[in-house]
Design a protein around this ligand. Sequence first.
Ligand code: SF4
Ligand code: SF4
Length: 101
Amino acid sequence: MATFITEECINCGACEPECPNGAITQGAEIFVIDPQLCTECVGFHSEEACAAVCPVDCCVPDPNLPEAEDVLLVRARQIHPDKVFPALVELTPALSRFRRA
Ligand code: SF4
Ligand code: SF4
């Protein structure tokens, strides 16, 4: 699922610089995530970087946007054409929330 920011956001801005894809921006009222740029941090981190720093835990999986790990890895490659990512089968827990125990 793409990650999204709920209305609990307090506009602290902590999440914005943490996103490896530049998916987070300040919206009219709260910070927002572009789902076309969110990869749930697959290829970069063991968990969603925005959620990891959010002081009010309002960066959560969007139940209306379920996405598989392979789709998210393809997106990461498209966003970062110059970066080399491991093959899907080689993703480790450090590089994908889907690999966590
Ligand atoms: S889950 Fe990762 S890729 Fe998605 S918005 Fe948060 S920091 Fe960015
Ligand atoms: S870290 Fe959480 S509270 Fe702060 S701007 Fe991001 S979503 Fe909002």
